[in-house]
Write a protein that binds this ligand. Sequence first.
Ligand SMILES: *[C@@H]1O[C@H](CO)[C@@H](O)[C@H](O)[C@H]1NC(C)=O
Length: 510
Amino acid sequence: MATISVYLKAGRLSLLLFPLYSDSLFAIAFVQTISYGSGIMKYSLTFLVLFLLQNVYSANSQSYIGVNYGDQALNIPQPGDIVNLLKTTTIAKVRLLGSSDESTKATIKAFANTNIGLVIGLDNSEIRWAATGPDAASQWVNSNVMPYYPASKIIIVTVGNEVLTSAGDEDAISSILPAMKNIQNALNTASLGEKIKVTTVHSMDLLTEFSPPSSGAFNDSFGDTMKALLQFQSEHGSPFMINASPFYAYKRDPKPETLAFCLFQSNSGQVDLRNNIEYMNMFDVQVDAVRSALNAMGYKNMEIVVAQTGWPYQNGPNEVGPSLDNAKAYVGNLINHLRSNLGTPLMPGKNVDTYIYELYDEDLKLGPKSEQSFGLFGADGSPHYDTGLFKSSQNSMTPTSPASPKPAPASTGTPPPKLGGIWCVPRPAGVSDAQLEENIKLGCSKGIDCSPIQQGGACFEPNNIESHATYVMNLYYQSNGRNPWSCDFSHTATLTTINPSYNGCNYPSG
Ligand SMILES: *[C@@H]1O[C@H](CO)[C@@H](O)[C@H](O)[C@H]1NC(C)=O
């Protein structure tokens, strides 16, 4: 939910919107006070209206939402059923966790012509073999990639999972890079070296600390291995994959405020004192810690992919954290967070590809009950809780009760302020020119038409940063679903009902 306070003053209406919970699709418009003159006549009027924040989530798949599929379970659906289930969701990518066996190959094959991206991999037991030389690697590519590509859209090959941090397996650690190079060469030989990226998956334990995020750094004991890995990956443009784990962060610090912070629920935030950035959830903290660690190694442009993140919905004895409500809150709010296009504070506007853990329960996994209870769906395809992932659920957001007045269509010239039009503008105070310039860059790099603010354009005059930023920020907001989180720009933006249009420069509104 979000609260909108509408202040009506001497005929002018300004509207401030405070998103309280990021999972909200509705806001409550709260018309609070109307006052005329200097308090001679004062009307106080309070009412609530449901206000639909128009969301334009497309009914299509969302390229940044992936899911993990593991098959350590007794009742595993047929590959065709898995594909059929995924087609009803907005999930666009699947990471197959199984080893390179026949059942994994059947699954790869079942995804033919679905346009669903596949992450396949060598499991930890196969790394040493793949490191032995080009023959092993080309054998792997020939039997796991060539028969299925391009019908099955394999996008990434992962060489091992959390190998560096798995208790002193020096042999496997020293084999990772040679194995990756061999697989890369085998793909190059098949002319797939540019199309399929070779990487490995890391645990958050690779970082000595992740809070505050600006202090994120890789554990020095992997120093040389990391340097060589990152060098190789940057040469080939392959993403850095990490298993992010707000759930384990909560298990280590099981306080109510930590839970709210991990579940993207209302909380008082955590400020990173080194850069004064306020974090509102653990996911952003962990991703930005990885960003800081990569930046510190000199890889500011290396893409980060969250290879796994989830929350169990069932707990065993003495386990805190897993529950149906918590799983639903984490997964649902994570998806809304990704859909918001806000990115993280260190990567504003960047959607980090995120693979939710996981599609089905894996009841054959060892460990506490929670380890077997990360599944989004039962083996029969029924959801364990509402995830908001079904394509049809995106349309059910249309309210049945009357919403606020329909926003006026954009017109040319200088339209008078109209109730219902909403624009995104810089906050009135405390925003520097440098931040506004960042906002212009961000907006214009996201595919909106910035020609009106260029010389000769209708909105070039007045030629100043604030005016140009206002134009860009509003257009970005209007083009990105008009969700409150599309009008954030690292907390430098706000919504208004005052139409900023002037002369021939038209600011579109909803
Ligand atoms: C760094 O890694 C080593 C070896 O895995 C481990 O013993 C040590 O505790 C780690 N250091 C930190 C600060 O996490």
